[in-house]
Design a protein around this ligand. Structure first.
Ligand code: SAH
Length: 558
């Protein structure tokens, strides 16, 4: 499932969702909750607490060798979400291998975090609970899995969180605490009133859980604030404090609280599983901890670093070699030929290009573009017309006349960010966003790679600039109100700029700089353009398209 791409990379269910058919054939208790849908696929009804419980118990048995019992009237954990949190704690404490100690605040009847952490990583756990029934079940679940040496379940008074649990052990430094707090402030919120958009359909997974489990005065916000205040007293007694959040909107006020209190290290993450989203916050008073980047930053960095690329398949290379041989007398390898043709094209465009490191597998060129010489004259005209049309409505902030096409590219069609307030305490397989829409699939790296083909449709020259969809040709065609022939789109042959002496020394004002790599991979040649600096990455997108179409023309017209 595409959505699972956002699961923690080490989550065993990321690329391998549970096989209900197989599990049903192996576990009769589970089998009775598995139905077949119209297409013959085995499915589980997440609105039935019995079915959710059967799945959880079955997965814990099958994948972790754990046997647990949980009452229907208490929270039934779902395994993929709990695993996401465990893996994030591993990232925080680098705790996959070494001996680590953690605290689970409110362990629940299942005692799931300690059971998973102890089984997977050998972690020691202090598991706290206020509810009698949960405490009894949790104790039994630890015992029946022979994990009493690693997990200690303690009953604590409701008014305290960490302070009471730690008052007897004054010496031990814990590596982390984790907590899945009661999410709701009151019965209404637990039922979904006020907490979700009224147009959204009701949750499709059941909200299991007893009153003390899912409700706390002030909801999760107040509950986590209380943990923050305990942490301000305990400070370095724990290396990391962490908490899961059921609502994205809890994140900002809690981060602000931590900032106001001068907590030095703060990070957060999001957990995606199926269509359910959760968030988590972590903070530390240690300066030497490794702070994993929040997911949005990671994604942004990925986008910034992702190069533009296209592939010249082996079949096209012969033609390109033949064309390159007209430029030089000596026979050239496919890599040399492509580089030579690129250098010729770039020089014709008056794009400064300087050879970088070269070897048999890879050659590079440092490019500095001073002016936009690759946009076709007709495109420029259309662009100007479009700008004139738009002027009264939306004046642009524009840097140079010829770069207009780039600034006119439509804003990338961003999918709505997952900002949902889910009112279900648990995850099932539902990812509830405020829009009620499915999460977009992650941008696929492979979508930035293009293979040179004989016929280039406008869509074929749509490239990703820094991870954003910028369909230059399509956007130009649309705004000009007429069809654009892709072959004329980048001005490969026509409108060639006049030759002019280049003076690399005088490069003070430039449009952009980038690194162009020409690489041999198997028998194909891949061209990558890495952004370095400049005004607008769409310009690099345009140049990339121009280079690609120019090489294409060499193939089409030997
Ligand atoms: N960790 C389990 C259960 C989470 S539900 C899971 O992820 O499935 C929240 C739990 O916190 C409930 O079991 C509730 O009884 C417990 N709880 C509520 N207030 C608490 C407190 N002050 N200290 C410890 N546990 C508490």
């Amino acid at each position: 499932m595409a959505l699972n791409k956002s699961m923690h990379p080490r989550n065993r269910y990321k690329d391998k969702p549970p096989d209900f058919g197989y599990l049903a054939s192996k576990y009769p208790d589970f089998q009775q909750h598995v139905h077949t849908n119209l297409t013959g696929r085995p499915i589980v009804n997440f609105k039935e607490p019995e079915a959710v419980r059967a799945l959880t118990c079955t997965l814990l048995k099958e994948d972790f060798g754990l046997t647990i019992e949980i009452p229907l009237e208490r929270l039934i954990p779902t395994v993929p979400l709990r695993l996401n949190y465990i893996h994030w704690v591993e990232d925080l404490i680098d705790g996959q291998k070494q001996l680590r100690r953690g605290i689970d605040i409110g362990t629940g009847a299942s005692c799931i975090y300690p059971l998973l952490g102890a089984t997977m990583n050998g972690w020691y756990f202090l598991a706290t609970e206020v509810d009698d029934i949960c405490f009894d079940y949790a104790t039994r679940n630890v015992e029946q899995n022979n994990l009493s040496e690693l997990i200690k379940v303690v009953k604590v008074p409701k008014k305290t969180l960490l302070m009471d649990a730690l008052k007897e052990e004054t010496e031990i430094v814990y590596d982390f605490c984790m907590c899945n707090p009661p999410f709701f402030a009151n019965q209404l919120e637990a039922k979904g009133v006020n907490s979700r958009n009224s147009r959204r359909p009701p949750p499709s997974s059941v909200n299991t859980g007893g009153v003390t489990e899912i409700m706390a005065e002030g909801g999760e916000l107040e509950f986590v604030k209380r943990i923050i205040h305990d942490s301000l007293q305990l400070k370095k007694r724990l290396r990391w404090y962490s908490c899961m959040l059921g609502k994205k909107c809890s994140l900002a006020p809690l981060k602000e609280e931590l900032r106001n209190q001068g907590v030095p290290k703060v990070t957060h993450t999001e957990f995606c599983q199926g269509r359910t989203m959760r968030w988590a916050l972590a903070w530390s008073f240690y300066d030497d901890v490794i702070v994993p980047s929040p997911p949005s930053k990671k994604r942004k960095l990925d986008k910034v670093r992702r190069p533009l690329s296209f592939t010249l398949p082996e079949a096209a290379l012969k033609e390109l070699q033949a064309k390159a041989s007209t430029l030089s007398d000596s026979p050239q390898s496919p890599l040399d030929s492509v580089t030579a043709l690129l250098v010729k094209t770039l020089s014709d465009l008056r794009v400064l290009n300087k050879r970088g490191p070269c070897n048999k597998q890879e050659q590079s060129l440092f490019l500095t573009a001073l002016e936009n010489t690759w946009i076709h004259g007709r495109q420029k005209k259309r662009e100007m017309v479009r700008q004139l049309r738009e002027l009264p409505r939306a004046p642009h902030c524009q840097t140079t006349g010829v770069t207009a096409a780039s600034s006119s590219s439509p804003a990338p069609q961003k999918q709505p960010a997952p900002t949902g307030n889910s009112n279900t305490q648990d995850d099932g397989t539902q990812n509830k966003t405020t829009s009620g829409q499915q999460q977009p699939a992650e941008l696929n790296n492979s979508s930035t790679n293009e293979t040179l083909s004989q016929t280039v449709e406008p869509k074929d020259v749509s490239l990703h600039v820094a991870g954003e969809d910028v369909d230059m040709e399509a956007s130009i065609a649309t705004v000009a109100g007429q069809e654009t022939d892709a072959k004329e789109a980048p001005a490969a042959d026509n409108d060639r700029p006049s030759k002019r002496a280049l003076s690399p020394g005088a490069v003070e004002h430039f449009l952009f700089k980038c690194l162009l790599n020409v690489m041999l991979e198997d028998s194909d040649v891949i061209i990558e353009m890495h952004w370095v600096e400049g005004q607008n990455k769409d310009l690099m997108n345009q140049l990339c398209t121009y280079l690609k179409n120019t090489l294409l023309k060499f193939v089409a017209k030997p």
